[in-house]
Design a protein around this ligand. Structure first.
Ligand code: GLA
Length: 382
């Protein structure tokens, strides 16, 4: 990929650029907890974005996406927002850097990626983090990594219409080879957990349903609004509740009649999920993969029945995993399509994959894709 990117850069701009990269992410457990001030447990993966970049001495950005085979040019003022969705991520990162007092000089770039799009692996966070990191370096801004992650998150909020939490951008800025990150999304305290499933006799595999929900971002924003509504109702009785993750299950019960049933179910899921992350990390520290896996199944149940972000295809893959004795399986990321993440004993890996390859297309008429992932480094200069 690097060679192709540099070759195109040279063809377009006559010189070579500096190479920067960042990664997509997986999340072992802790879904939809980030914007509720709870815990998440992600890691960066060996699939990401690479960009060649060079300052061009103007106040314009010239960008080329190899994957879309499309070029664009834009200025750095708020009114210069480009038309292409992919370019808006780069533009957003420039603007959010400037809003924080950072300098952004005009630059040329060519980039490409190997994070499957719409699979719930945060290709957008990989793109944002690559540019947030690179522009910080190239302009000598000295913005810290926490703020770089927030630049990516604000890009989603202000330029892409998704009111996301901090998990994806944090994972892709702080990702470290061989480690998962337990992040407290309220305080941004984090801890690296060495994670080597192979050594314990397991494999981590993603199964992509290849389903993409058209209205995923509005459904996502709606889930967030339900959580905030439930938290606000609880806060009336318990002023210490700033986020839903601060609430006890009992306190939610007190407002059952005051909030729509839908909001109650969403909140019930989140309160359970925050605790599951802690239990999962404890289990992992004991090398108890079986307990960890069971918690993943519980998360799937909650995401499907309470939070309602699964779909028929993902529920099918989850049931199939259970049938094939997979240790842990659940829908991963925002949901509404995308992947299941599966923790599989090594000797059950082949039969599980064979079952997916046979049974999924027989029911849905198209293949599911299989991705083996390795926990890897996040944003960096190559
Ligand atoms: C998306 C968002 C994240 C997080 C997950 C669900 O990936 O970008 O902030 O909310 O969904 O856990």
């Amino acid at each position: 990929m690097k060679e192709k990117i540099q070759a195109k850069f040279k063809e377009l701009y006559g010189v070579e650029g500096e190479l920067f990269a960042s990664a997509g992410r997986v999340n072992l457990i802790g879904e939809h907890t980030d914007y509720n001030g709870g815990f998440v447990f992600p890691g960066a993966i060996d699939k990401g974005i690479i960009a060649a970049i060079k300052l061009n001495g103007t106040n314009k950005v010239r960008a080329f996406s190899l994957d879309y085979n499309e070029a664009t040019e834009f200025g750095l003022e708020e009114a210069d927002k480009p038309a292409q969705a992919w370019a808006r991520y780069i533009f957003g990162v420039c603007r959010e850097t400037i809003k924080r007092g950072g300098k952004v000089a005009g630059f040329d770039t060519v980039f490409a990626g190997d994070v499957p799009l719409g699979a719930g692996l945060s290709s957008s966070a990989a793109l944002e983090s690559t540019f947030a990191f690179a522009l910080n370096e190239l302009n000598g801004n000295n913005i810290d990594k926490f703020e770089l992650a927030k630049i990516g998150q604000s890009t989603e909020h202000n330029y892409c219409g998704v009111n996301c939490g901090i998990m994806d951008q944090f994972a892709s800025c702080f990702g470290k080879k061989g480690c998962l990150i337990r992040l407290n999304c309220k305080t941004l305290e984090y801890k690296y957990f060495p994670f080597d499933p192979e050594a314990a006799g397991y494999r981590l595999v993603l199964v992509d349903s290849c389903v993409k929900h058209e209205l995923a971002s509005s459904a996502y924003n709606k889930r967030r609004a339900s959580c905030e509504n439930a938290a606000a109702a609880i806060k009336k009785n318990h002023p210490e509740v700033d986020f839903l993750s601060d609430a006890k299950r009992m306190w939610l019960e007190e407002v059952r009649e005051e909030i729509p049933e839908e909001d109650f179910l969403r909140a019930e899921y989140v309160i359970g999920e925050v605790q599951r992350v802690l239990d999962f990390c404890d289990a992992l520290e004991r090398n108890d993969y079986e307990t960890a896996g069971e918690l993943m199944y519980q998360t799937h149940f909650g995401m499907s029945k309470l939070y309602e972000v699964s779909c028929d295809e993902l529920d099918f893959l989850n049931k199939l995993a259970r049938k094939m004795d997979v240790t842990g399986s659940r829908v991963m990321g925002g949901g509404f399509g995308g992947c299941t993440i599966n923790l599989v004993k090594k000797d059950l890996y082949e039969p599980f994959i064979a079952a997916v390859k046979k049974e999924f297309p027989a029911k849905y008429g198209h293949d599911a894709k299989i991705y083996d992932v390795v926990i890897s480094d996040g944003a960096r200069k190559l």
